[in-house]
Write a protein that binds this ligand. Structure first.
Ligand SMILES: Nc1ncnc2c1ncn2[C@@H]1O[C@H](COP(=O)(O)OP(=O)(O)OP(=O)(O)O)[C@@H](O)[C@H]1O
Ligand SMILES: [Mg+2]
Length: 246
């Protein structure tokens, strides 16, 4: 459903050209919850941003449902992007709008035939009592629930999540992981989640790609049985150990 074919990305930087994504090929199935992990600067966000054309590859092809994203004209791109929702580490809510207004924002920008009802989505994310509150009156977890509701109200086929739990404490993180699990069970949706938190991948994902310095090092099937974390091994070893129970 989402396919990367020999994708590379070179950024211009002060120190010269930077190979941020190095010849990555990867296939993500429809309705998967797919994780992307790796250390800071590994290329995780860049890989995610190819999917909704926020970045364009320097080489290679990104296909979504058989469409090469790079071949779309502006009008086609607008339609294409309507099927993709995104949620962020810092929530990206508008401070001068209420919870309800923030969630409804995508529907003001474009027309959607199939959008969810505001009452439905408020109930789904557990924010019925907060519809008239402003972001400054919410906890981090509640803000992310608003972000998720805003991402879902358009009923997207793909939800891109960039570090959705990284600004949250442990308990709140669990709640957001549970909510995203429920999203996956409830909607016909493919979820991609970038994170550096292995326990989030462990509890949420079917498969996970490990990136290191722009390279795809491994794609693992996630095993659900818990394993202790160890700190004296490399990130990649740790990932294998925690996710595969090796
Ligand atoms: N617009 C840009 N211009 C120049 N360099 C960039 C740009 N965007 C990203 N990079 C560089 O590309 C590399 C990969 O960046 P990316 O944001 O994808 O990493 P990441 O894995 O998401 O890291 P983090 O965990 O810190 O968010 C980094 O070295 C980054 O500095
Ligand atoms: Mg990033």
């Amino acid at each position: 459903m989402i396919e990367f074919k020999n994708v590379s990305k070179i950024f211009a930087s002060k120190a010269g050209p930077l190979l941020a994504i190095d010849n990555i090929s990867l296939f993500i199935e429809k309705n998967e919850i797919f994780g992307i992990i790796g250390e800071s600067g590994a290329g995780k966000s860049t890989l995610l941003r190819f999917i909704n054309a926020l970045e364009t590859p320097s080489e290679g092809i990104v296909e979504v449902n058989g469409t090469n994203v790079a071949t779309l004209n502006n009008r086609e791109l607008r339609l294409f992007k309507k099927q993709i929702g995104m949620i962020f580490q810092q929530f990206n809510l508008l401070g001068n709008k209420t919870v309800e207004e923030n969630i409804l924002l995508p529907l003001e920008l474009h027309h959607y035939d199939d959008a969810l009802d505001i009452d439905q989505i408020l109930k789904f994310v557990g924010l019925e009592g907060k519809r008239n509150s402003y972001p400054s009156e919410l906890s981090g977890g509640q803000k992310q629930r608003v972000g998720i509701a805003r991402g879902l109200i358009t009923r997207p086929k793909i939800l891109l999540c960039d570090e959705p739990t990284s600004a949250l404490d442990e308990i709140t993180k669990r709640e957001i992981v549970d909510l995203l699990t429920r999203v996956s069970e409830t909607f016909e949706i493919t979820i991609l989640i970038v994170t550096h938190e292995l326990d989030v991948v462990k509890d949420l994902c079917n498969r996970v790609a490990i990136l290191d310095e722009g390279k795809l090092v491994d794609v693992l099937e996630v095993s659900r049985e818990m394993n202790a974390f160890q700190s004296d091994v490399s990130y990649q070893e740790l990932a294998r150990e925690v996710l595969l129970n090796e």
